[in-house]
Design a protein around this ligand. Sequence first.
Ligand SMILES: Nc1ncnc2c1ncn2[C@@H]1O[C@H](COP(=O)(O)OP(=O)(O)O)[C@@H](O)[C@H]1O
Ligand SMILES: [Mg+2]
Length: 225
Amino acid sequence: MKEKNIIELIDLTKTYTVGDQKLTVLSIPHLAIAPREWISITGQSGSGKTTLLHILGCLDVPTTGTYLLNDINTTTLNTADQTAIRNKTIGFIFQRFHLLATLTAAENIALPLHYAGLSTQLITERVNEMLTLVGLQARKDHYPHQLSGGQQQRIAIARALVTKPTLILADEPTGSLDSNTGQEILKFLKELHATYPITIVLITHDPEVARYGTRQLHIKDGSLI
Ligand SMILES: Nc1ncnc2c1ncn2[C@@H]1O[C@H](COP(=O)(O)OP(=O)(O)O)[C@@H](O)[C@H]1O
Ligand SMILES: [Mg+2]
């Protein structure tokens, strides 16, 4: 039997209207992503990478077309259902980590679980599990400004994984790190990808970073090639 896709895009477009100008910034006739793939998408600035990732993350909706996530047509869901599916299925990793400055490392990791309404005991267990996974138990009470860039990104990865998502969306995850630290983070993601049943979609302008993917796509003027 053919394995189900985790993601399928059909006749997808995104158009922005600015003033009296209509600008189609994304146009994808078809894209299917199977579970456990690691898709790298490269493209120049302005090519539509972030727009695509936001749509995949249910943070934005396409103008036309269909986005199936685990066979669920996300385009017809209301906002509450989109949020629910996002919290359950997807973990995000950003270029600038997006950790909350007023929360400790452990508290940042715990945040998605508070939204999910888990018990305090279960949250503590899961956070400790994640801290161990990213090798930062000793830094759990540190605030983001007391951590290096690489450590902050590890905490952000722990936060992305704490809900046990099946899809990881990463937007230039090494873009704010020096090249050695960036490589370290990528090797760590590679280990995670080999160990856990996760699918990764990673966007980057850097061909070296893209090489970590199991499949590489390129986006130009909103079209995948
Ligand atoms: N809210 C918006 N309104 C109008 N145009 C936008 C908006 N967001 C993005 N764009 C345009 O869409 C194109 C793709 O943007 P983006 O997806 O951020 O590119 P990338 O992440 O590859 O740099 C760009 O030309 C950008 O100017
Ligand atoms: Mg971008």
